[in-house]
Design a binder for this molecule. Sequence first.
Ligand SMILES: Cc1cc2nc3c(=O)[nH]c(=O)nc-3n(C[C@H](O)[C@H](O)[C@H](O)COP(=O)(O)OP(=O)(O)OC[C@H]3O[C@@H](n4cnc5c(N)ncnc54)[C@H](O)[C@@H]3O)c2cc1C
Length: 492
Amino acid sequence: MTDPQPIIVWFRQDLRLADNPALHYAAQSGRPVLPVFVLDDVTPGTWKAGGATRWWLHHSLTHLSASLRARGAPLLLLRGPGDAVIGDLAEKMGAAEVVWNRCYEPFAIERDSRLKAVLKGRVKASSFNAALLNEPWEVLTGQGTPYKVFTPYWRTALSVTAPDQPLPAPGRLTPCRTQPDGDALSDWTLLPTRPDWAAGFRRTWADGQGVGEAAAAARLTHFLAHGAVTYAAGRDVPGIDGTSRLSPHLHFGEISPRQVWHAARVAGAAGGDGLKTQLDSFLRELGWREFCHSLLYHFPTLPERPLSPSFESFPWVNDDKALAAWQRGQTGYPIVDAGMRHLWATGWMHNRVRMIVGSLLVKHLLLPWQAGEDWFWDTLVDADLANNAAGWQWIGGCGADAAPYFRVFNPVLQGQKFDPDGRYVRHWVPELKHMPDKYVHAPWTAPPMVLRGAGITLGRDYPAPIIDHALGRQRALDAFATIRGGDPVQPA
Ligand SMILES: Cc1cc2nc3c(=O)[nH]c(=O)nc-3n(C[C@H](O)[C@H](O)[C@H](O)COP(=O)(O)OP(=O)(O)OC[C@H]3O[C@@H](n4cnc5c(N)ncnc54)[C@H](O)[C@@H]3O)c2cc1C
């Protein structure tokens, strides 16, 4: 007897069962379901997963595999260019359909178009929206052009139809009678071996148990009960657990923005006006995520080239020594060093601190924003092409929205304002553990006796500032003066 024709579900950045439209559609079809994940380490021109992302992916796939196996349809792991691999698989399996949830990276759009072209006329192909509240082409100005400023973007987004209710996870899936051979997850060596730099990751993310769909749901519940209550003010304080930390879960699609949206709405309705206001502020951040994806969709060169063309001729400097000091958290600015060490140890950094470290890199040090973007890409567990590129262009003052280049953060004042008791700095820069609050964000201003009392000799136990703030600020402004003007880039 021949096998009934299966339906292939190609998992990508939607590593969950609930509110997964492609999987839901496949389950409803009544056909045997063949879930697949493809690791593409070979196609040129794609942004390959960085080290931190690979660590997360390993654990996320472990959880997804277990969930799918429990539903009766094990996950097939394959390697190679996604379009070619899925095309061949569809042929070999005599698939009736191939389904997936859409990605918005330019290379992913091209890859999926190639696959659709290959399958056309032979195998039905359907794609769904699982990653965004609104498709990028649904939120446009009155002239039909993409927004380049967040506030009007979000106002329009909120007036487009309300996000659909999340879909339930499917029950039992009909498996394929013959399961093709695939890789074992361990074949992919996504986890570091020598050197094993992931001890801090394991501690932070509960040995991998903090990754995956169930962990994402638990994190959302925890946030709605705790951080949400003081979110509007608490979201800027890195020393407290004031934000959701959902970013890696959202990036990998372990939870959907629709699930977050509706859960926040329900919690807001139950919690009264105070909580509702806090949650509106939280949902606005989810709006930034949407906006970044819209920017990447409409301006596909976002990760590589400044949105504002005048920045093409910005006199960036090449300074490997300064870049290495920044990467290692040895700039002599405690809030910057705390952030960079936090990132290296755990794969995550607080948004306020991302802005402060970014500003020091592109303004005081005049290093190109792409150098920061690359480092974040390799070290963040939530590395996301849209959010990362838009974040760095925003920091660089060369992207969308009002973050002018001439606004240069003072890292000392930022530290004093958002980490007033130095809790965050002391945790991640333990050399400064005994510095009094007054000097913890600017140890070089402390009298020698205070330094001695704290056990610090500057330049030996902790570096002097890599550049004087006033000097760095002036240098940045002088560099900016050379490129003022220029026309905005046109959308694709
Ligand atoms: C230079 C720079 C680089 C960044 N790179 C990334 C990245 O690679 N991946 C990433 O997910 N975020 C990135 N961000 C955005 C932001 O810092 C993180 O999303 C946020 O810190 C995640 O923490 P959270 O989940 O606790 O956020 P919450 O405050 O709880 O916000 C909820 C969700 O909204 C989204 N969000 C929040 N702030 C932003 C923002 N400014 N832009 C876009 N989405 C946002 C995230 O998905 C986040 O999980 C970057 C920001 C900067 C300044």
